[in-house]
Design a protein around this ligand. Structure first.
Ligand code: MSP
Length: 516
């Protein structure tokens, strides 16, 4: 076991609807990071799952004329299927309807109660079922939630969490932990929200029943966000093992290293969740990253506009690795971005098919043709052009590590592609195809430098495009045990003398289908 550990989470998804691109995007970002950390020698725990309680889900079940449990069983399965189809490498898939999650939710409730942070009162105010959030009169815009969701007036007995007492505690925590929330602009919004003062938070409901029962008061179910946020603890075995001897899963994993969320749910993760944890006397997660939202060809994505993007349809049309690459490369992570078909095609044909695909295919087929498929020996780097390319390739690991630790996925890929461009210039200048007759020894050196560069690119892109990278590494004769990040930065090189399999392109061009 290693002490390099990394625990990261996606939001758990509401099961009122089919999975769409937003869901796939958040989980994909976590998948890329989880894969990178595993390849970089970490013990990783990558958690995703479904958020199954609350009024929204209860209403969706009613509409489908089935019990909430039957309804959530079937919709939760859609999310699991998406996980498989997208090749996500999550270690657990949690459902908030599992008994272990009831235990954890009730345990945190009890702790908050015992420590004097929950009291019974009455709630009178606005509630949005779509957002599962409470709003004050002042927050409403034209009678709607600030998110545009409809609101309803709610008046009922409710337990309250003393959020107002945590303003200073939160501000102190933000001050002491400048990387707690990213991107910085979003962190500033959170700080100013908290500086503006916090009101106590209603944390139970009596007007519906689909939730975790409040311990000791069966009239109430827990507010769905208190229940939902607790999933991050549930999965560590906290209810069973919290406070147990060193070495328990909880002890190894908590606090989480990263909660990845969309910008719309940052407040729940960066304000309410840390306040609950502080009040319960538990350590806070290290970081919350809020990513942006996708639009579709410039338009806001919505069911009513009928422009929801189905991630499975994207995979079908463009390929899994291509879709993964596009989503991580096209938009600076943290910003909003637009899904445009032409940009997708451009990325596939230019970055993948031309830049990396052709480079690999040209290099490998020259080895096949001119060297009988036998990997040449890696040269001493006396030639300045060889040294320049390999030095840049060797530097990529540190660059990628840094980008990954900032969740700057697009930067990581951009850095890799800059060196791929350099390798393409190298092959054009060195023109190994012309050296066969004139200087076969030099040709072998050039091909060795190229094979080494491609080996490094293939290892580096594994987290983003696991399938294509693995096929490329197979073609380069790289053993399964030699694909970790510890094989980069000059620590290893191509192995001379092996006979390589016949190369075949791993990044096909996208051909637009003829109309009609
Ligand atoms: N159940 C809550 C999360 C609880 S976490 C303790 C929830 N679920 S959700 O299913 O509505 O949304 C999940 C995620 O999808 C959010 O992070 C949200 O930002 C993301 N997206 C929804 N639409 C999106 C886009 N159009 N683009 C990118 N992400 C989007 O909220």
């Amino acid at each position: 076991m290693t002490d390099k550990r990394f625990y990261l989470t996606t939001p758990i998804y509401y099961v009122n609807d089919k999975p769409h691109i937003g869901h796939a995007y958040t989980t994909l970002a976590c998948d890329v990071l989880a894969r990178f950390k595993r390849l970089d020698g970490y013990e990783v725990m990558f958690l995703t799952g479904t958020d199954e309680h609350g009024q929204k889900v209860e209403a969706a079940a009613k509409k489908a004329a089935v019990s909430p449990q039957e309804f959530t069983d079937s919709v939760s399965q859609n999310f699991r299927d998406l996980t498989d189809r997208m090749g996500f490498s999550n270690d657990q898939f949690i459902r908030t309807t599992e008994p272990r999650h009831y235990r954890a939710s009730q345990k945190i409730w009890q702790l908050l109660m015992d420590r004097g942070h929950i009291r019974l009162d009455k709630y009178a105010g606005w509630y949005s079922v779509r957002d599962e959030a409470f709003y004050t009169e002042a927050e409403l815009v034209d009678g709607m939630a600030p998110t545009g969701a409809p609101v309803e007036w709610v008046e009922e007995p409710s337990y309250f969490f003393d959020l107002s007492n945590w303003q200073q505690g939160l501000l102190d925590h933000y001050e002491a932990n400048p990387d707690f929330v990213a991107p910085q602009s979003r962190f500033n919004e959170i700080k100013s929200f908290v500086s503006g003062g916090l009101k106590d938070l209603s944390v139970s409901r009596t007007s519906f029943a689909w939730g975790v029962p409040v311990p000791g008061d069966s009239e109430h179910v827990m507010y769905v966000w208190l229940d939902a946020l607790t999933n991050y603890l549930t999965a560590t075995g906290w209810a069973e093992q919290g406070g147990a001897a060193a070495g328990s899963l909880y002890d190894r994993l908590w606090p989480a290293d990263l909660h990845m969320v969309g910008k719309d749910i940052l407040r729940f993760h960066a304000v309410y969740w840390p306040a609950f944890l502080m009040a319960a006397g538990l350590p806070l997660p290290k970081r919350v990253f809020a990513h942006g939202w996708w639009t579709n060809e410039g338009q806001k994505i919505s069911k009513s506009l009928g422009n929801v993007i189905d991630p499975l349809a994207l995979i079908e049309e463009y390929g899994l690795d291509q879709t993964r690459y596009f989503l991580m490369r096209e938009v600076p992570f943290g910003r909003d971005g637009d899904f445009a078909k032409q940009s997708m095609i451009q990325r596939i044909n230019s970055d993948l098919a031309n830049d990396l695909g052709n480079l690999a295919q040209r290099s490998l087929s020259l080895i096949a043709k001119n060297l009988d498929g036998v990997m040449p020996a890696f040269p001493g780097l006396d030639d300045p052009a060889d040294a320049a390319l390999i030095t840049r390739a060797d530097a990529l690991l540190d660059q990628l590590r840094d980008a990954m630790d900032r969740q700057a996925f697009h930067e990581g890929l951009r850095d890799i592609w800059e060196v791929i461009a350099e390798a393409n210039r190298y092959i054009d200048t060195a023109a190994p195809w012309a050296l066969k007759k004139t200087d076969p020894a030099r040709m072998a050196e050039v091909l060795a430098v190229l094979a080494e560069a491609v080996r490094q690119f293939a290892i580096l892109v594994q987290p983003f495009m696991p399938e294509a990278a693995s096929r490329l590494l197979d073609q380069l004769g790289v053993a399964g045990t030699e694909r970790g990040m510890d094989q980069l930065g000059g620590a290893a090189r191509i192995k001379a003398g092996q006979t390589l399999e016949k190369p075949s392109g791993v990044f096909p061009r996208y051909q637009e289908k003829e109309e009609g």
